[in-house]
Design a protein around this ligand. Structure first.
Ligand code: DCP
Ligand code: MG
Length: 367
């Protein structure tokens, strides 16, 4: 069946939290601003203004490191309610030209605009109009990527940040992908990238040359998909409604570990990332799940639930430690750790349970 060519936009605001802080406090404009945890405590950077990025500061870096790199920076705590309100404004702008809007986080979304603007030059004009509306309504800048598939639209929006607008047509795709570093490919994490680099694979061009079969041998199904991306093929649809069932983070370790204290440190980091995502969404969840994959690849999960929910890393950590202690024996090595919160509670429900439900003991359950 012949599939018609699509027009996909990816729109992503620039230095989102930091730009909002600079917008609301004019004295911070033009200055390095870092939003996130305090450098005195064990916080991490949520984002940094472009002025601070020049010093090497970036998202997910410990705030203490950021302070060392840029001591003159203005450190600010996150104001999630404000960011959420801005997010609603921009999502409403995205939904005017099409109902096919797939938000990826507070500040970015895919839009399938094939019906409104089938040709990429029309789609680019629409993107520019959306950027103008964002500026008029929020006084923030966004970067737009326009292409015939999701993967390339996202790469395009990242290509000329901040305030960028980049089109990658079918004709441009192969040159663009050929030069693209492997880390930029969707689905390539640290572990995959390291493995590829060991083989001397640096770019999309190298990936394509390696060939589909070899990539499948190395990475299974994911390898096959990687090959498709390297060829500029990505048929994933823009999926407008994705009801969220859980919020989770997991990491495949660079080497297998046995030391429970090391595992706890990794869990702490994961819990902080889950906390951030929950805070962004303004939700909590009743059930906390610990996921462990042994070096034998066997996967085990342990979960605990409590009525008043899990919202912060502080809520999660004691429970994660107990769940972990029930699993590790010092003999088997761990290859992957994950933390997930499910049974999500809306802000209203959260308020209700925090007010009316007394803290109860959590129960362990096997899932
Ligand atoms: N964020 C975070 N922790 C991360 C990554 C992001 O708290 N590890 C938050 C802060 C960002 C927002 O999410 O402002 C949006 O994430 P982006 O990746 O889009 O980053 P920015 O919008 O800050 O910068 P860019 O201009 O690179 O898009
Ligand atoms: Mg952004």
């Amino acid at each position: 069946m012949h599939q018609r060519t699509r027009a996909i936009l990816h729109i992503d605001l620039d230095a989102f939290y930091a730009s909002i802080e600079q917008r609301d406090q004019p004295e911070y404009r033009g200055k390095p601003v870092i939003v996130g945890g305090s450098p005195n405590r064990r916080g991490v950077v949520a984002t940094a203004s472009y002025e601070a990025r020049k010093y090497g500061v970036h998202s997910a870096m410990p705030s203490r490191t950021a302070y060392r790199l840029c001591p003159q920076a203005i450190f600010l705590p996150a104001r999630f309610e404000v960011y959420r309100a801005v997010s609603q404004q921009i999502m409403a702008i995205f939904r005017k030209p099409t109902a096919l809007v797939e938000p990826l986080s507070l500040d970015e979304a895919y839009l399938d605009v094939t019906d409104t603007a089938p040709h990429l030059d029309e789609a680019a004009r629409l993107a520019s109009e959306i950027k103008r509306q964002i500026w008029d309504q929020t006084h923030l800048t966004a970067s737009a990527g326009i292409s015939y598939c999701k993967f390339l639209a996202k790469i395009a929006s990242d290509a000329h940040k901040p305030d960028g607008l980049t089109v990658i047509s079918q004709d441009d795709a192969s040159a663009f992908l050929g030069a693209l570093p492997i880390e930029k490919f969707f689905g390539v994490g640290k572990v995959t990238a390291a493995k590829l680099r060991e083989l001397g694979i640096q770019t999309g061009g190298d990936l394509k040359q390696l060939g589909e079969e070899r990539l499948r041998d190395l990475f299974g199904k994911q390898g096959g998909q990687l090959y498709q991306y390297a060829c500029g093929v990505d048929d994933r649809p823009v999926e407008p409604v994705r009801e969220r069932k859980s919020v989770g983070k997991e990491v495949t370790l660079e080497r297998d570990i046995r030391d429970p204290r090391e595992m706890e440190r990794i869990l702490e980091n994961l819990a902080l990332q889950v906390e951030r995502r929950l805070a962004e969404l303004g939700i909590a969840g009743r059930t906390l799940t610990l996921k462990v994959r042994w070096s034998s690849f066997e996967l085990v999960t342990r979960a605990a639930s409590r009525a008043q929910g899990f919202q912060s890393a502080q809520d999660m950590l004691p429970v994660l430690r107990t769940l972990l202690a029930g699993l590790v024996d010092g003999k088997r090595a761990v290859r992957l750790l994950g933390v997930m919160v499910s049974g999500l509670l809306s802000p209203d429900e959260l308020l209700h349970v925090r007010q009316f439900v007394a803290p109860s003991l959590w129960e362990e359950e096997r899932v």
